[in-house]
Write a protein that binds this ligand. Structure first.
Ligand code: FEO
Length: 414
């Protein structure tokens, strides 16, 4: 756990969490940090909480102790979002202390009732409501529903121009040392971006239209510091994370990065023979690519890499008249996360009948994925030389198609 002084009257309280699955589902190879913020005027507000794993809420209480803040000193408890990674500490808190006002959105108040047996004073806030902490320190609010849950809001402190954004503009990746972007080299920040894309695609991606709405709504604010509840605090270049989120949200629907992701699965090595040919074409073309065996790779890793890719190859056999099941499972999740608008190619082996393609077409329709496919190719049993030559040509065609789409996206009037 770590306490960071951001200004004389604003402190970040932080814990790192590792070796858990976020939401019980998403792996985090580099962990995640969870932050709470203390803002002081004449009165004190605590914004969001750190909790749930790793000995918290004891960690939060220990940090408050270290700052010589007693629970009775906290006048306002601002809950930007009620998901238990930020709110799971409320129950023990309510047992210790109840003499404060919870500040949250209307939907947050309903969730507070649903999750906790609480009987604490609640102040429901709306857009631009203001709480005066005294000594020139104020808190104002903007509702940003569905970034990530319907209750989500941000808190803005006008004197310091700090945006406490909770899940919005957050990242995976535990922080050791400074939480400020200005203390990291360009190379370190570039490496860290992978954790931001992983967080965005795994946790926020399905809500991309709401992210764009939130960015629009926040435009009038003069934001000097973006202080999310997960990951880096952006005080040197706050525009970096705001623009990154715009890019990631747009990537939900439009061609994004020059990259192809090859997802494959194989029962007896027949589809795998063809995968090797497709991969050798990708390798020699210079097109950036990743290849993942869907049996061996987590959904989170696949989704993170696919999010900013413009092209996808799906290589899988028919299995009992349907798609190879692990491929069907990951595609279902990719569709639900709204990774849409890719240029794609599918090939694979079948034995006594096809069927994978029909299920794939149905899935694409049902989840409105809006992927454009070049002509799929299925071969019976083991691929022969002619089959492999066809896959070679099709992969080259996909590569050309990705480049043409990106050129068109860059020059929409041509
Ligand atoms: Fe960090 Fe949606 O919780």
């Amino acid at each position: 756990m770590q306490i960071t002084k951001m200004r004389e009257n604003i402190h970040q309280l932080s814990v790192n969490v590792e070796h858990i699955l976020f939401e019980g589902l998403w792996e985090m190879p580099r962990g995640v940090s969870i932050h709470s913020y203390v803002v002081k005027g004449r009165e004190t507000a605590l914004i969001d909480g750190v909790c749930g794993w790793d000995g918290v809420p004891e960690s939060l209480f220990a940090m408050l102790d270290e700052m010589k803040i007693e629970l009775k000193d906290i006048r306002y408890l601002v809950l930007n979002h009620l998901e238990p990674d930020h709110s799971g500490w409320l129950e023990p808190l309510f047992k210790l202390h109840r003499d404060f006002t919870v500040v949250c959105s209307e939907k947050g108040a309903a969730l507070l009732d649903a999750f906790f047996d609480s009987d604490v004073p609640v102040r429901v806030v709306k857009d631009d409501d203001e709480i005066d902490l005294g000594d020139g320190v104020k808190l104002t609010f903007k509702m940003i529903p569905n970034v990530h849950w319907p209750d989500a809001m941000v808190t803005y402190e006008p004197e310091s121009k700090t945006l406490f954004s909770c899940d919005a503009f957050g990242s995976f990746g535990k922080l050791e040392g400074s939480p400020f972007d200005g203390d990291y080299s360009d190379d370190a920040l570039a490496a860290y971006e992978g954790e931001t894309v992983r967080y965005y695609s795994n946790i926020i991606g399905a809500f991309s239209p709401f992210v764009l709405k939130a960015l629009k709504k926040l435009e009038p604010l003069d934001i000097v510091t973006v202080a999310p509840a997960h990951g880096m605090v952006w005080s040197s270049h706050p525009e970096t994370i705001l623009e990154a989120y715009r890019r990631y949200a747009n990537a939900s629907k439009e061609p994004s990065g020059r990259k192809i992701v090859l997802l494959w699965g194989s029962m007896y090595g027949n589809t795998e023979r063809a995968v090797k040919v497709a991969e050798s074409v990708l390798k020699s073309s210079g097109m950036p690519y990743s290849a993942y065996n869907v049996m061996e790779t987590s959904w989170g890793t696949i989704l993170a890499d696919l999010w900013m890719a413009s092209g996808v190859i799906l290589a899988m056999p028919t299995y009992e008249y349907k798609m190879f099941p692990p491929m069907a499972a990951v595609l279902e999740e990719i569709g639900k996360k709204k990774a849409q608008g890719k240029l794609a190619y599918r090939f694979g082996s079948y034995g006594w009948s096809g069927g994978a393609q029909r299920e794939l077409d149905d899935l694409m329709d049902r989840l409105n994925m809006n992927w454009t496919f070049i002509e799929p190719f299925e071969f019976k049993g083991r691929p022969n030389e002619s089959d492999l030559e066809r896959i070679r040509r099709d992969t080259e065609s996909l590569i050309r198609g990705v480049d043409e789409r990106l050129t068109k996206a860059d020059n929409p009037d041509e």
